[in-house]
Design a protein around this ligand. Structure first.
Ligand SMILES: NC(=O)c1ccc[n+]([C@@H]2O[C@H](COP(=O)([O-])OP(=O)(O)OC[C@H]3O[C@@H](n4cnc5c(N)ncnc54)[C@H](OP(=O)(O)O)[C@@H]3O)[C@@H](O)[C@H]2O)c1
Length: 271
């Protein structure tokens, strides 16, 4: 990317802030390349003060500025945003929705013009450039338009193009996933405290261990079970711990959590 594509972000809550912060940390973007529409007064003030980006209350004020519009509001608020885009965008412009559970067909149905729509699911790790971002382009998205979106998103993490039928499933895995991992890190840190480690040391040990294990899976491409076996020395400490995790049905509980989250994603379309 020679110069950054101008980004108009609608909704600067947790997800929107992660995108702003990740783009600015990439050193490709400056605050002048991003404009934000945020309806919540306190939030707008916080975002403009923290990131020095121009913030408006209404999305109509930022739509003409951008090469790409990113919608990051809750599902219940998407209709208002689509109405604004309908009314105020007069040229063909990439619309990337990261709204959970909202299919491309729903967005198309409520946009009167033929916009190139991309549905995506990032996660909070956009803020540190390590997100897993799954996307589906609508069939009318041309190569150049997909490139605009991937140029932006690749600054925030790994991008994977998937068929739309997988997007609700990905929402439950890579969208919600950081929350599950945070809980596991917290539990590991609590365990460290239980056996006598100071809390701050325990959190650091748990977090860096999680990071290292994830990096090994990504970098080696090895099956996690194979890597697990390399840690579990026969007759050693790890296998005792693994037995307890299996006793507690950790694997089954995680599978149920992602299954529940998938069902919720499927039920999010506003009526
Ligand atoms: N959080 C995540 O980790 C994550 C990850 C991937 C995808 N997502 C998706 O991203 C979307 C936002 O999630 P979130 O967690 O960031 O929610 P959030 O923290 O509630 O942020 C949404 C923000 O958008 C504002 N808003 C509502 N209507 C608006 C409008 N018409 N124009 C401008 N701003 C408007 C909201 O204001 P009010 O609070 O006053 O309504 C709120 O500040 C959701 O659809 C979610 O599924 C989230």
């Amino acid at each position: 990317m020679n110069k950054p594509w101008k980004v108009a972000l609608i909704g600067a809550g947790n997800a929107g802030e992660a995108i702003i912060s990740g783009l600015l940390k990439s050193n490709v973007y400056t605050s002048k390349d991003i404009q934000v529409a945020e309806i919540n007064d306190d939030r707008r003030k916080y975002i403009s003060q923290t990131y020095q980006v121009t913030c408006f209350k209404n999305s109509r004020d930022i739509l003409s500025f951008s090469d790409i519009v990113i919608i990051a509001v809750k599902p219940i608020n998407i209709m208002q945003v689509l109405q604004d885009i309908n009314s105020f965008v007069k040229t063909r412009k990439v619309v990337l929705s990261i709204v959970a559970g909202i299919p491309i067909a729903f967005i198309k149905k409520h946009l009167s013009q033929v916009f190139p729509i991309i549905r995506g699911m990032p996660n909070l790790a956009c803020s540190v450039g390590e997100a897993m971002i799954t996307i589906t382009p609508a069939e009318n998205v041309i190569e150049h338009e997909l490139k605009i979106a991937t140029d932006v998103l690749e600054l925030l993490g790994q991008v994977m193009i998937l068929e739309e039928k997988y997007l609700n499933l990905a929402t439950a895995l890579n969208g919600s996933g950081p929350a599950y991992i945070f809980l596991i890190i917290e539990a590991l840190a609590d365990a460290g405290v239980r056996v006598g480690l100071p809390k701050d040391i325990s959190i650091m040990l748990a977090a860096q261990t999680t990071l290292g294990a994830a990096k090994m899976v990504v970098d080696t491409g090895e099956h996690p079970a194979k890597l697990k076996d390399k840690v579990a020395t026969p007759g050693g400490t790890t296998v005792e711990g693994l037995l307890k995790l299996e006793d507690g049905k950790l694997r089954a509980v995680i599978i149920s959590a992602v299954t529940e989250a998938t069902q919720k994603a499927r039920a999010l379309i506003p009526t």
